[in-house]
Design a protein around this ligand. Structure first.
Ligand SMILES: Cc1ncc(C[n+]2csc(CCOP(=O)(O)OP(=O)(O)O)c2C)c(N)n1
Ligand SMILES: [Mg+2]
Length: 598
């Protein structure tokens, strides 16, 4: 899929037509040189936005900065291009922190162009001044202030290089208001385009590649664990070919979901901390235990992706491919393959082809049969919930209906909390490279809808499906108006269980009880959606969701399907296995013994 522009650009105004060039014009020109044709903004810095529109760069107007940052993040995730968000200084800038933090932890190249108060008022308690360097230092790779009108290209190139090179990530360029308006001279000589990532495709040294190939050739039960960096490197086809040619099973993290076809006979689906009850993954823990060699591909071996580092025990042989050498060996001592995932997998395959086939090849049929058996067992275990017609609706039933309509060109996004887990464990990627976006960097609520809007901007003709809990959706209701105004026809399903589900269950699991904050008053999200011009549909029974989905798919515009879901349903998080059901049963028993107040 290649991203295409949403609406045609406005009639471009040539730089030379303007009477006086200002710094804002040069910034806009630099953005254009780097391939940027869309920025997420809300009018500020005004001179910059006007300069952008003058040369055909479109502004997609968000309602809140935290959503705007998440839109730029999702746009970058799916397009392979840098996402650009602009904001005002002070209060607006503070709202970018959450989304930049997510982008940092998920390694997404986002450029935030943030206005600053005029230089003459700096450090004088000027209106809405805050120390932006301190504010952004913990959530970015790079923060600088443009302080000279003849260094625009230097700073723009530095910022974009910092975002798209090495391990990608968010950067901030601070733009004092007086600097934006300062007269400038156009320097025409730069041609370089740095806005696509990965900027540099590096390779590990050949000795390390040969050593890794030797180990792999001799391994009895190798397994691959792939992370989100495979998507960032567009290494999905290289990985899928590695899986098929060398007969190695592939499991992924949530961030890595979709890097291989999850229906491939050697795909294990998403592993980590979602290998709990009713998951296919729980059947694969034994396979992980038996593995003698683990290839970690572009994963930061984080807590959730490894089930608190329990899923893969130490003492095995590890090969770790990652663009960021600092991630290699962080949690598992490994043969170091520091390089771009796509190039490294391709080079490793070339080395492996030179070596004897090794013991694993004889086991392929048995391995595929074992994986097929696990899938069959999972089907039996989940049969009740995925077919339940009842209300309140089981989220598993919702996912089963989505599977029926899912096609390879769709993009799925999920909010934090249970939505991410329902999507990751119950939907299946239909081809290598299919995208399922979830905010697993920081797992902050309120990302699902803006992720859908950002992804839709990159692929206007793809169907974008979004799933969000009612709590998470409450952070970003206002962006429904953005969807209507900007004509972004996303389909949002709200899993409306009227509780902060994970919060409540986690408190029960840890403390045996929970606080009052976990309960909401009933909210009619379909009515809110209709109030801003979306199509709103309410679903109260499992048997009605498929119909609603069909209506949504045929509708020309954004749709909110408010599904009243079962508050007792919880997804396959390993932390809840056994304990949560027991806590609930104990509490029910205690409540039934309490004397009636009447
Ligand atoms: C911005 C933010 N605030 C708080 C949390 C803590 N938190 C994690 S899950 C959760 C509950 C989410 O409820 P909801 O969105 O309704 O989803 P559900 O679990 O009910 O499906 C909370 C409060 C968070 N992850 N992010
Ligand atoms: Mg909820």
């Amino acid at each position: 899929m290649r991203p295409i522009a949403l609406r045609g650009p406005r009639t471009p105004k040539k730089l030379s037509m303007q009477p006086t060039l200002i710094v804002a014009d040069l910034i806009a020109a630099a953005l254009q040189r780097h391939g940027v044709d869309l920025i997420f903004g809300q009018s500020i810095p005004s001179s910059l936005i006007l300069a952008c529109e003058d040369i055909g760069i479109r502004q997609l107007v968000y309602r809140t900065e935290n959503a705007g940052g998440a839109m730029a993040d999702a746009y970058a995730r799916v397009s392979g291009r840098i996402g650009v968000v602009t904001s005002q200084n002070g209060p607006a800038a503070t709202l970018l922190v959450a989304s930049l933090g997510e982008a940092l932890k998920s390694s997404i190249p986002v450029l935030a162009l943030v206005q600053e108060i005029p230089t003459s008022t700096l450090d004088r308690n000027g209106f809405q001044e805050i120390d932006h360097f301190k504010l952004f230092s913990g959530v970015t790779k790079w923060v600088r202030r443009l302080s000279s009108s003849d260094r625009v290209d230097d700073y723009m190139d530095m910022a974009i290089t910092a975002a798209t090179s090495g391990r990608p990530g968010p950067v901030v360029l601070l733009l004092p208001m007086d600097m934006l308006h300062a007269p400038a001279t156009a320097l025409e000589h730069r041609r370089i385009q740095l806005g696509n990532y990965p900027l540099d495709r590096t390779l590990p040294n050949i000795q390390s590649l040969k050593r890794a190939a030797q180990l792999l050739s001799k391994a009895n039960n190798p397994v691959i664990v792939a992370g989100g960096g495979v998507h960032l490197s567009a290494a999905h086809d290289a990985l899928a070919s590695f899986q098929e040619r060398f007969g190695i099973p592939v499991g992924t993290t949530v961030m890595g979901k979709g890097v291989v076809d999850e229906n491939h006979p050697l795909s294990l689906g998403v592993l980590g901390n979602i290998m709990g009850h009713n998951s296919v993954g729980k059947h694969f823990q034994s396979l992980m235990n038996e593995s003698d060699l683990v290839i970690l591909v572009a994963t930061r071996t984080a807590q959730n992706g490894t089930d608190s580092w329990r899923m893969i025990s130490q003492g095995k042989t590890f090969i770790h491919i990652d663009i960021d050498g600092e991630e290699i060996g962080r949690n598992y001592e490994s043969v170091r393959l520091a390089g771009d995932a796509r190039e490294t997998l391709t080079a490793l395959a070339t080395e492996l082809d030179l070596l004897p086939k090794g013991p694993r090849f004889k086991k392929r049929n048995a391995l595929e049969a074992r994986i097929a058996d696990a899938r069959a067992a999972y089907q039996v275990e989940t049969a009740d919930v995925v077919t339940s017609d009842a209300g309140p609706v089981r989220p598993e039933r919702v996912m089963a209906e989505v599977i029926n309509i899912l096609t390879t060109d769709m993009i799925v996004t999920a909010d934090a909390s249970y939505s991410s887990v329902w999507v990751a464990s119950y939907l299946r990627a239909l081809k290598p490279g299919m995208r399922f976006l979830a905010p697993r960097g920081l797992a902050g609520l309120g990302c699902g809808l803006p992720f859908a809007l950002g992804a839709q901007c990159a692929f206007p003709t793809s169907k974008v499906l979004c799933f969000s809990g009612d709590g998470g959706f409450g952070h970003v209701w206002s962006e429904m108006e953005t969807a209507v105004r900007e004509r972004l026809p996303v389909i949002l399903t709200v899993l409306n269980n009227q509780v902060l589900g994970f919060q409540k269950d986690a408190e029960d699991e840890r403390h045996g009880r929970h606080t009052d904050a976990c309960y909401f008053a009933p909210v009619d999200h379909a009515a809110i959606a209709r109030a801003v011009g979306c199509l709103g549909i309410r679903v109260e029974k499992g048997s009605d969701y498929a119909k609603a989905l069909q209506v949504a798919l045929n509708h020309d515009g954004p749709v909110v399907i408010d599904v009243i879901t079962d508050p007792s349903a919880f997804p396959p998080l390993t932390i809840f296995d056994d304990r949560l059901e027991k806590v609930r049963a104990d509490r029910a028993a205690r409540t039934s013994k309490q004397p009636s107040s009447h």
